[in-house]
Each structure stands twice: as C-alpha cells, then as structure tokens.
Design a protein around this ligand. Sequence first.
Ligand code: SF4
Length: 351
Amino acid sequence: MTTQSMPAAALDPRTLLSIRGLRVDYEVKSPRLSRTPATVLRAVDGVDLDVHRGQALGLVGESGSGKSTVARCIVGLVRPTAGDITFDGHAMGDGRSREVARRVQIVFQDPYSSLNPRMTVATAIGEMLRVHRVVPRDRVDARIDELLEVVGLGRRMRNAYPRQLSGGQRQRVGIARALSLEPELLIADEPVSALDVSVQATILALLQDLRERLGLTLLLIAHDLAVVRQVCDRVAVMYLGRIVEEGPAESLFGDARHPYTRGLLRAVPSLRPGVRAEQVAVVGEPPSPYQLPSGCRFHPRCPIARARCAVVSPDLSLGDHRAACHFAWVPPAPTDGGLLSGVPPVHEVVP
Ligand code: SF4
C-alpha cells in the first residue's frame, strides 16, 4: 500500500510551509563494481507536513529517519525525487526566487564547520548582509552589533575568530548569520546535539525567545524528544523515511499513539519525581534502509506487532493528532498530568 498524500492546504491562510508527497531517492553505486546496477536508497517516502505561521514544529526521529533530508529539501540543498514544497504559496523548486529563498534560513548541527575559520564574527555576519543587500552599506556595522545583541553575544565578540569561541557561542553566531537575512522560517537542524548538556538549554531558550520576540516560525529537528518538548507546540515523529505520528505537543507527550513514539518517550526524563528514564529508547537497531521491512516498517521492533503488520503498511490516520499504526490507540486521560502517567505498557493494549 502506498502512503496517501493529504490534500493540499494552500488555501489555509495559517499555513506558511506545506509539504506534500515528498520523496527522496538516492542512487548508490559501488565504485568498484561499475557494471552493477545502482541500488536505490529511499531516504524520504511520502512525507506530508504543514507548518503554520508562528508555530514551532519539532521533527524527531533516530539517525537515518530522513528528518534532515526533509530540511535540506526545504532549503534547496537536496533535490526531491517527487513531491511539492510550497512556502507562503510559492513553489520551492529549482526556480525559487532569491527573495523566497532568503525568507527560509537554516542553522546546522556543527557550528564550527559552518563558520569560516579565517573570518571574524563581524566579517561572517557582515558578508551575509552585504551579499544579500539586507541593509544599506553604512548600516552594516550597526546591524552586526544589533544581531550580536539579539543572540546574547554582545558587540565585544565582533573581532573573535571561531577557534576563540565556545561551542555555544559558535552556535549563537550561526543563528545570528541566519537571522541577518530576516527569515520568516528558521530551520534548526540538530542545533544542540554537538553541545554540552549545560549549554543545550541556553540555546533552546534562545530559540524560544527569538521565536516570540521576532515572530519566527521554527522547524526544530532533533533525535531527542526532550529537546523539542522545551520549545515546540507541535511534533512530528519520523521512522525510516515516513511520518508515523504527528500532533499537538501536549497531546503527543500525554497520549502518544504509535509504539515507536511511546518507546522514544520512555527515554525522556520524566517530570514525575522518582520516575527514571529508560536507557534504551526503542529495542533493536533500525533496519537497513537498503532492505526496508515489508508492511509496517516498524514491525521488526514493535512490541505489539501482529501478522497483519508484516504485510499491510498503515496510513496516517486523519485528524489533528495522527498516527500510522493499525492499532493506534487512544489511552485514558492522565490522572496527574505527568508524562505517560496512566498509560499501561504497550503489550497490554492490543487484545
Ligand atoms: Fe506496531 Fe503493527 Fe502498529 Fe506497526 S502497525 S506500529 S507493527 S502495531
């Protein structure tokens, strides 16, 4: 069964970013076996997603789930094999205008590799302002100072080189560079996974603050649900190239319906005293993307899989909180508001 595409939401005025039927195939060829046909690796398979203006959407999944590939398609770094991406009604294909491209910016995981080691902070930010002519030339210096203040660095950092900065400071410079183009949508691709735990919270707080102060729309990509819980009001969970659950953060964290999401949630530190997070989020390794499982792709690791699961691929359900599982289940309301409180183990769910 193929994944059904949602109808276009172009008429909904709240929608800033709309993705329909996104598919990305990579042809992988062995350099030593030139006559062997290329193997197709399907990194993204039929993703539908909407991001509303001013919303913070978290896109979560293990390594290899395809979440970063989705981000790279949005900013034009990866060409989709199929599907449509529209931003504020404009198609984000090869012919996207410079103006539309400017309105969508991305911050990468590794702040060090995204900065030129020979450029000072001021040069790196000023380069963006000059190339894209965001402000008149005589305003560039003042704008650099403003941006450094906005990201909490201050103008004293103007003449620093990347090697002289901490990981958190480099990430703030990366965010300042992205903000220099005055984007409406900021994509943060694993922005804290290369940082110390103590610094992670400050960068997430900065993103939350920028979102509120500048009215930004945010797409936050992470492998850890605990990261998106701090910032996002909506969450989409990806597994092997597909979205398996998507909905309001409060609903997803309180009433997760897909066994994969429920597994990821068990590794999130609980808000309830005395409840410890489990070390292993989901048992077993993700299957090879070259040999995707039949039926539901999660069935080899799913604690409640049935015979049907190995044959029939589930589509995402309809509604505001969607899940792709034959046995997607709505648990009773939590009694004390805690994470997963009142939710029985998944193996008790299916009769
Ligand atoms: Fe598990 Fe079956 Fe649901 Fe897939 S469809 S998540 S294998 S119960």
